[in-house]
Design a protein around this ligand. Structure first.
Ligand code: NAD
Ligand code: TDX
Length: 385
C-alpha cells in the first residue's frame, strides 16, 4: 500500500489509472496470500492495520475466564456482537453474563463437539475465541475422559468449522502445557519452552495447542494461541484454590493446603488476561503463540496466609491435606514477547489489592457460590482433600 500511495503521489497512477486498478488487486492478493497462506508464511506476517471483528463467537463464555472476557468486550467494545456458546457444565453458569445488553450478547446453550450446531452458528462470525474446556486438574486425575472429549475433540470440531468458513481463531491455553519448573530455578517459561504436560488436563490442553498449530500450518487457518498463568478474580468456581479457601472461611470451615504448600503459581487478574486476549485477537501475528503473565509468582502457603489475614483470621488456621498426584511445583511466565510486540501491560499489579477485591466479591455474592459449595467439598472429602 505505501508503494501504491507513493506511485499515485508521483503522478504515475494519474497517467494511467488502469495500472492502479490492475496493481492494487495484485498487492491485495499478495497481502492476502501472506495473511491466509500456509506454514511459515503465516507466522511471518504482521497485521499492520489490526483486525476489527464485528461478531465474535466465544466458547465457554459462561465459565470463569470466558465470562470475564465477554464482560470486558461488552464494556470496552460495544460495537462487537458476541455469541456465547456454552454447554453449561457444572462449571458454566448463565448468571456469569447476566445484565449484559441482549442486543449485544446472545447465549447459545450447546456443545462444542456438536458439528451440526457449529454449522449453524459459525458462519457469520468473523472470529472464534475458544475458552471452553474442562479446566480443573483434580477432576482430570479422577476422570480424564471428559477432558479428552471437550479439550481435544471439541477443539478439533471448532477448528474444522473455522477452516470451512474461513473464520479467525484464537485459542486459549495454559502455561501448564510446559510442565513445571524447579522451585529454586530462576528460569521462566517462554514461547520456545518444550511441551511437557504433567496431568491429564494439561496433556489435553497441550494436544489442543498442537491441533491449532497443525491447522494453521496445513490449512492456512488464521489462528493464534495464548498460554496464560493462573487467573484469579470474580466468577471463579469454588473448586479452584483461591475461591475454595475464601468460601470455606466464609462458612466457618478451615482451608485446605495440599502437600507442603511450597508449590508456586504465577497469579494474574482475569481482567488482565481479557485485555491480553483482545490485543492478540486484534493485533497478533497469524500463526503465533503469546504467553500471558503478570509477574505474580507466589507459593500457595503465602497466598493462603494472605487470604486468612485479609479475612481477619489467624494465618495458621488451616489444614494440611493429601498432595495432588503429580503436583506441578512451579509455573512462571516470561511475557516479554506480548509486551514488546503488542504493547500489552497488566493493570492489576497489586496482588494484595486484587485479592481483597476478590474476597469482597465472594462476600457480596454468596447466592452465586453457595449452590456449588457443598457438592464441591463432598467431592474433595472423598479424595482426602
Ligand atoms: P471454567 O471451568 O470456569 O469454564 C469452562 C466453561 O466451558 C464452562 O462455562 C463450561 O460450561 C464450558 N464448557 C465445558 N465443556 C464444554 C463443551 N463441551 N461445550 C461447550 N462449553 C463447554 O474454566 P476457566 O477457568 O474459565 O478456563 C477457561 C479457559 O482458560 C480454559 O481453556 C482453560 O484451559 C484456560 N486457562 C485457565 C486458567 C485458569 O487459571 N483458570 C489459566 C490459563 C488458561
Ligand atoms: O484446596 C486446594 N488446596 C491447594 O493447596 C486447591 C483446590 C488447590 N491447592 C493448590 C494446588 C495448586 O498448586 O493450589 C494451587 C492452585 O490450584 P488450582 O486452583 O487447582 O489451579 P492449578 O492446578 O494451578 O491450575 C489452574 O491454573 C492453570 C487452573 O485450574 C487451570 O485451568 C489453568 O490451566
Amino acid at each position: 500500500l505505501p508503494c501504491l500511495v507513493a506511485a499515485i503521489r508521483c503522478g504515475w497512477a494519474n497517467r494511467s489509472r488502469r495500472y492502479a486498478i490492475q496493481v492494487f488487486p495484485s498487492l491485495c492478493a499478495f497481502v492476502c496470500i501472506r495473511n491466509v497462506g500456509i506454514g511459515k508464511a503465516v507466522a511471518e506476517t504482521v497485521s499492520e492495520q489490526g483486525f476489527k471483528p464485528k461478531h465474535i463467537l466465544v466458547t465457554g463464555g459462561c465459565g470463569f475466564i470466558g465470562a470475564n472476557f465477554v464482560r470486558y468486550v461488552a464494556r470496552n467494545h460495544p460495537d462487537v456482537h458476541i455469541t456465547v456458546l456454552d454447554k453449561l457444565t457444572y462449571a458454566g453458569n448463565p448468571a456469569n453474563i447476566d445484565g449484559l445488553p441482549q442486543s449485544q450478547v446472545e447465549l447459545v446453550i450447546g456443545d462444542i463437539c456438536d458439528a451440526s450446531l457449529l454449522e449453524r452458528i459459525v458462519p457469520g462470525c468473523d472470529a472464534i475465541v475458544h475458552f471452553a474446556a474442562e479446566s480443573h486438574n483434580d477432576n482430570s486425575i479422577f476422570d480424564p475422559e471428559p477432558f479428552i472429549r471437550t479439550n481435544v475433540e471439541g477443539t478439533m470440531r471448532l477448528l474444522e468449522a473455522a477452516r470451512k468458513y474461513d473464520v479467525r481463531f484464537h485459542h486459549i491455553s495454559t502455561d501448564e502445557v510446559y510442565g513445571d519448573l524447579a522451585l529454586d530455578d530462576p528460569a521462566r517459561f517462554d514461547e520456545n519452552s518444550p511441551y511437557r504436560p504433567s496431568s491429564p488436563y494439561s496433556a489435553s490442553k497441550a494436544a489442543s495447542d498442537h491441533l491449532v498449530r497443525a491447522w494453521t500450518r496445513t490449512y492456512g487457518l488464521r489462528a493464534t494461541i495464548s498460554n496464560c498463568s493462573n487467573n484469579y478474580g470474580p466468577y471463579q468456581h469454588v473448586e479452584k484454590f483461591i475461591p475454595r479457601q475464601i468460601t470455606s472461611i466464609l462458612e466457618g470451615a478451615r482451608p485446605k493446603l495440599y502437600g507442603t504448600g511450597e508449590n508456586v503459581r504465577d497469579w494474574i487478574h482475569t481482567e488482565d488476561h481479557s485485555s491480553a486476549v483482545w490485543d492478540i485477537l486484534t493485533k497478533g501475528r497469524m500463526g503465533e503463540t503469546y504467553l500471558i503473565g503478570a509477574d505474580g509468582e507466589r507459593n500457595n502457603i503465602t497466598v493462603l496466609r494472605m487470604i486468612l489475614e485479609a479475612m481477619g483470621k489467624d494465618p495458621d488456621d488451616f489444614d494440611w491435606v493429601r498432595d495432588r498426584p503429580g503436583h506441578d511445583r512451579r509455573y512462571a511466565i516470561d511475557s516479554t514477547k506480548l509486551r514488546r510486540e503488542l504493547g500489552w501491560e497488566p493493570r492489576h499489579t497489586d496482588f494484595a489489592e486484587g485479592l481483597r477485591q476478590t474476597i469482597d466479591w465472594y462476600v457480596a455474592n454468596e447466592a452465586w457460590w453457595r449452590p456449588a459449595k457443598a457438592a464441591t467439598e463432598a467431592r474433595y472429602a472423598k479424595q482426602g482433600q
